[in-house]
Design a protein. Structure first.
Length: 576
């Protein structure tokens, strides 16, 4: 059994889940030889160090050490425990699971609570003032349905009463940010009331939170977002990316707006490579998320001073994530939604196509030519450029940015010396310093990973304590626990909880094991291993001979001497 899910179902899920197709839904992967690489979804990076090896059904990040199979990927990415990850992948593959009543994890229960509320809000939209409001904003029924907009009706306990009727647990809805506990008395009240509800989804399409817009300026803040929960982190999600990620990947560019209606207006108009920040400024985590799908980002913010400040703040974040930022400056008084409704999609597309680079944007934002500015203002501009350049780790991009900055602002060439940066070094593990016996042990294990049908025979001839590297011995010993006929590197990685060992396994896997036929190579490796074993024993005997001689043990000396000579005679024989 795997939790409460039978092993045959687990095997079906594994067999029906292509790890490359799965991870490609979350990471923009590019072929690198027989493998695929992309930006790691588990830590911020600018140079790809996340590798997927489809032939061996595993992934590994050479930056943070994350590794495993498809199930492990979903567990980590979706914050799920093992049974819930199996259920997630089963739904994706269309495999039915007969559940046996084991309690779900907290994350799974929070997802369930949010999904329940989502359906409740959808049911309440039609024939409501919120529906009339949305239609008045020019949103079609098709888009309302596609984006699954909803309505939290007026009143303090509509959602609360609904799930009490369905015998659900209020405390879990509170943890999901849907209810608020009453102060100094028992009971709860609905967090969202009289609001148009925008479901916020993660990139796999699961609802994790909500944004609620009031229909009246007299009913609290204009927008109210779900609080942080175990499944919802405001600074790590972009509204609409679950719908637009494939468009962004195909085009190679993402358009970022500030509001829900900005997203909806552009999406409805056919501009699909779009996402929106919701309830936060643009964050490093959001930039890293985008970097998995594209290399360029167009900032389409409001034309007011707040939008301008947000644009400047987002620039450095984007550069630090390895993205190339462009800016569209709308006419004063406009946001993307109002502009497209008044001027049409064609006019907005023209502005998007002529988006300015960061340097041109700064230049046009200055009150006068750079050379005519006061020295103090020039200094601020240059220091800002230097700070931005410092966040560009790629050596070529850094050099091009500096040259372009000097060209755009007509700076003296000597200014180039002021631009400093640290260049990121490769995350790929360097095994060039591993030599001799340890390198051989890695090669031997790498061969077995690539040719698992030789594992059983190897275990008969070589023991785990024959490895001088303890980690290698531990890895080899675990090979005895697996079914060689169904060996999968991804599954094998799941046997280890220690990230250091998992990283070591990945380093071993990527080693080249030679181009000779497998049976020939196996024989050669066994012969070499036997030589190391003989060498180890000869060294041990020499130490024992010294002790026996010192103690005057003649019989022991004679016995050890014979063994020493016999081992020398067989040192070059082949293993049979």
């Amino acid at each position: 059994m795997a939790g409460y899910i039978t092993e045959d179902v687990v095997e079906r899920v594994k067999n029906d889940t292509d790890i490359l197709d799965l991870i490609n839904e979350y990471v923009n992967l590019k072929r690198a030889g027989k493998d695929y690489v992309g930006l790691c979804p588990f830590h911020r990076e600018k140079t790809p160090s996340f590798t997927v090896v489809p032939a061996k059904n595993f992934y590994h990040c050479f930056g943070c050490g994350a590794s495993g199979n498809a199930i492990g990927f979903i567990m980590r990415h979706e914050n799920l425990e093992y049974p819930d990850a199996i259920k997630f992948l089963a739904r994706r593959a269309g495999i039915a699971i007969a559940e046996k009543g084991t309690a779900d994890s907290l994350s799974s229960r929070l997802y369930g609570a949010v999904e329940y509320a989502h359906n409740f809000y959808i049911r309440n939209l039609k024939n409501s003032t919120a529906y009339e409001y949305v239609i008045s904003r020019g949103v079609s029924d098709a888009i309302i349905d596609e984006l699954q907009l909803g309505f939290a009706p007026p009143g303090w306990d509509n959602l609360y009463n609904a799930f009490i009727k369905d015998k659900l647990v209020p405390a879990e809805f509170e943890k999901a940010g849907l209810l608020v506990k009453k102060e100094n008395q028992q009971g709860y009240y609905d967090k969202f009331r009289s609001r148009l509800m925008f479901p916020i989804k993660n990139i796999s399409g699961r609802v994790i939170g909500f944004g609620g817009r009031t229909l009246s300026d007299e009913e609290g803040p204009k927008y109210l977002n779900s609080p942080e929960t175990q499944i919802y982190h405001k600074g790590s999600v972009l509204y609409g990316l679950n719908w637009s990620k494939n468009y962004i990947r195909d085009i190679g560019k993402a358009i970022i707006t500030e509001g829900y209606f900005d997203f909806i207006s552009l999406y409805q108009a056919g501009i699909k490579n779009i996402a929106a920040v919701s309830g936060t400024g643009f964050t490093a985590n959001q930039a890293s998320l985008l970097a998995r799908f594209c290399g360029e980002v167009i900032l389409l913010y409001d034309a007011d001073s707040a939008g301008l400040k947000a644009t400047f703040r987002a620039i450095d974040v984007l550069y630090n994530a390895g993205l190339e930022p462009y800016i569209v400056r709308l006419p004063e008084g406009h946001d993307p939604d109002t502009f497209i409704r008044q001027n049409g999609v064609d006019e907005l597309l023209k502005m998007i196509e002529s988006a300015m680079s960061y340097l041109e944007f700064i230049k046009q934002s200055l009150p006068d030519k750079f050379a005519n500015l006061p020295i103090s203002r020039q200094e601020k501009v240059i220091n800002s450029l230097i700070e931005t350049a410092a966040g560009i780790d790629d050596e070529l991009r850094h050099e091009l940015f500096v040259r372009k900055a000097i060209e755009v602002f007509k700076l003296p060439a000597a200014i180039a010396a002021k631009f400093k940066t640290s260049i990121r070094h490769s995350r790929i593990p360097d095994t060039s310093g591993v030599t001799g016996r340890k390198k051989f042990e890695m090669t031997f294990l790498s061969f077995l990973f690539s040719n698992p049908l030789y594992i059983k025979e190897s275990l008969k001839l070589i023991k785990s304590d024959n490895f001088i590297e303890l980690t290698h011995g531990e890895i080899y010993k675990k090979l005895g626990l697996i079914d060689c006929a169904k060996f999968s590197v991804g599954d094998f990685l799941e046997l280890f909880s220690d990230d250091a060992i998992r990283r070591k396994i990945t380093e071993i896997i990527i080693l080249e094991t030679g181009g000779a036929p497998a049976d020939v190579r196996f024989s050669e490796l066994l012969i070499s291993f036997q030589k190391f074993q003989v060498s180890d024993r000869l060294a041990s005997i020499r130490a024992e001979l010294a002790d026996a001689e010192q103690e005057g043990e003649e019989q022991e000396l004679e016995k050890l001497t014979r063994e020493y000579r016999d081992l020398q005679n067989v040192a070059n024989r082949k293993v049979v």
